[in-house]
Design a protein around this ligand. Structure first.
Ligand SMILES: NC(=O)c1ccc[n+]([C@@H]2O[C@H](COP(=O)([O-])OP(=O)(O)OC[C@H]3O[C@@H](n4cnc5c(N)ncnc54)[C@H](OP(=O)(O)O)[C@@H]3O)[C@@H](O)[C@H]2O)c1
Length: 319
C-alpha cells in the first residue's frame, strides 16, 4: 500500500472521524463551561434583575452559613428580608447586624423545619399578602459525620427529621410562597441541593438522596412555572466553609458563604441547575468523568475518602 492509499484506508478515516467528534464535544463542553461560568454572568446575558421581582425575600435557615449570606446579598440588592430559623436569639442578632449595614427592613420568624405539623400554618399566616419576589429554600441538615445507613445514631427520629427539613420544607415553602408569584407573574425560587445529589455519596446516603429530590423537584417545577414568569434555580454546591461542613477556614475550593453566594447569585436566570461556583463545577466534572470511565473506581475512591472522614470523627468522639 503506497502512502496515499494508506491515508485513505477505512481505519484511518474512522480514526479521523472519531478524533473530530471527540474534539468537537470537548470544545463544546469547554465553551459551555466558559460561557456559563464567566461570559454570561459578566455580561448579565439572560440574568434576572432580582430587585425587580418584588419588595421582599424569604430565606430559610437564615442565621448562619449560606442562608445568612443570601440574606446579606439580597439586602445589599435592596430587598427586605424575612429570616426564618430555629433560634430567636440568633435571628435577632442577624436582623440587627444586617439592619445596621443595609437600609432595608428585616422580619424574623422562628420555625423548626423538622416539625411538619405546626410551623407551616404560622409561616403562611405571617407571609400572607407580602410582595415576595425571592424565596431561598436553604434550610437543611446532614449527618454529624459519615456513617453506614444502619449505624446512624437515633435513626428512627433522625431520618424523618432530615427528610422533613431537607425535602418537606422545600415543597411546603414553594406551596406557600409561589401562589403570590404566579399572581404577580414574577419571582425567583432558589432551592439549595448539594453536589452530593449528583455524584456517588456513600455514608451520607439519606442526605444525598434527600438532595436528589430537590434537584428533580426543581427541574420539573421550573418547566411548569417558567411561563408564569417564575425562575426556579437549583444550586448544587460543593464544600462551603460553614458549621455544617465543619470547615473553619475558607479556601479556593471551600469558599466562605459570602464568596459562594456572591458568585452563585450571578447565575440566576442563566443556569437552572448549577454548582453556582466554577471551582465546584470543575471538581464535579472531574468526578463525573471518572465515574463515566470507571464507576467502580470512582465509587471506591469516594467510599475510601468518606470512610477515612468517618474513622477520624469516631476517633475524635472517643478522645
Ligand atoms: N456547607 C456546605 O458545604 C454545603 C454543601 C452543599 C450543600 N449545602 C446545603 O446548604 C444549605 C445550608 O447549609 P450551611 O452549610 O449554610 O448550614 P449551616 O451553616 O449549618 O446553617 C444552617 C442554618 O439553618 C438553620 N437551621 C438548621 N436546622 C434547622 C431547622 N431544623 N429548622 C430551622 N432552621 C434550621 C440554622 O439556624 P438555627 O440553628 O438557629 O436554626 C442556620 O441558620 C443546606 O441545605 C445544606 O445541605 C451545604
Amino acid at each position: 500500500m503506497n502512502q496515499e492509499e494508506n491515508n485513505f484506508c477505512p481505519v484511518n478515516k474512522i480514526a479521523l472521524i472519531c478524533t473530530c467528534i471527540v474534539g468537537f464535544q470537548l470544545s463544546r463542553m469547554l465553551f459551555r463551561f466558559l460561557y456559563d461560568s464567566f461570559l454570561a454572568p459578566a455580561f448579565k446575558i439572560n440574568a434576572v434583575n432580582i430587585k425587580e421581582t418584588g419588595t421582599w425575600a424569604v430565606v430559610t435557615g437564615a442565621t448562619d452559613g449560606i442562608g445568612k449570606a443570601y440574606a446579606e446579598v439580597l439586602a445589599q440588592k435592596g430587598l427586605n428580608v424575612v429570616l426564618i430559623s430555629r433560634t430567636k436569639l440568633k435571628l435577632d442578632d442577624v436582623a440587627k447586624e444586617l439592619g445596621e449595614k443595609y437600609k432595608v427592613e428585616f422580619r424574623t420568624l422562628v420555625a423548626d423545619f423538622t416539625d411538619t405539623e405546626h410551623i407551616y400554618h404560622e409561616i403562611d399566616k405571617q407571609l400572607n399578602g407580602m410582595d415576595i419576589g425571592v424565596l431561598i429554600n436553604n434550610v437543611g441538615m446532614s449527618y454529624t459525620h459519615p456513617e453506614f445507613f444502619l449505624d446512624v445514631k437515633d435513626k428512627d427520629t433522625f431520618f424523618p427529621n432530615l427528610i422533613n427539613c431537607n425535602i418537606y420544607s422545600v415543597t411546603n415553602m414553594c406551596k406557600i410562597v409561589m401562589p403570590g408569584m404566579v399572581e404577580r407573574r414574577k419571582g425567583v425560587v432558589i432551592n439549595i441541593s448539594s453536589s452530593a445529589a449528583q455524584i456517588p455519596n456513600p455514608l451520607l446516603t439519606v442526605y444525598a438522596a434527600s438532595k436528589a429530590y430537590v434537584v428533580k423537584f426543581s427541574e420539573d417545577l421550573a418547566a411548569e412555572y417558567s411561563k408564569f414568569g417564575i425562575t426556579v434555580q437549583c444550586l448544587l454546591p460543593g464544600y462551603v466553609a460553614t458549621n455544617m461542613s465543619k470547615i473553619r477556614s475558607s479556601t479556593w475550593m471551600a469558599p466562605s458563604p459570602l464568596t459562594y453566594v456572591k458568585e452563585a447569585i450571578k447565575t440566576v436566570g442563566i443556569k437552572e441547575r448549577t454548582t453556582g461556583y466554577y471551582p465546584h463545577t470543575l471538581l464535579i466534572t472531574v468526578v463525573k468523568g471518572l465515574d463515566y470511565i470507571s464507576p467502580k473506581l470512582s465509587r471506591w475512591l469516594i467510599f475510601r475518602t468518606m470512610s477515612n472522614i468517618r474513622k477520624r470523627a469516631l476517633k475524635r468522639a472517643t478522645q
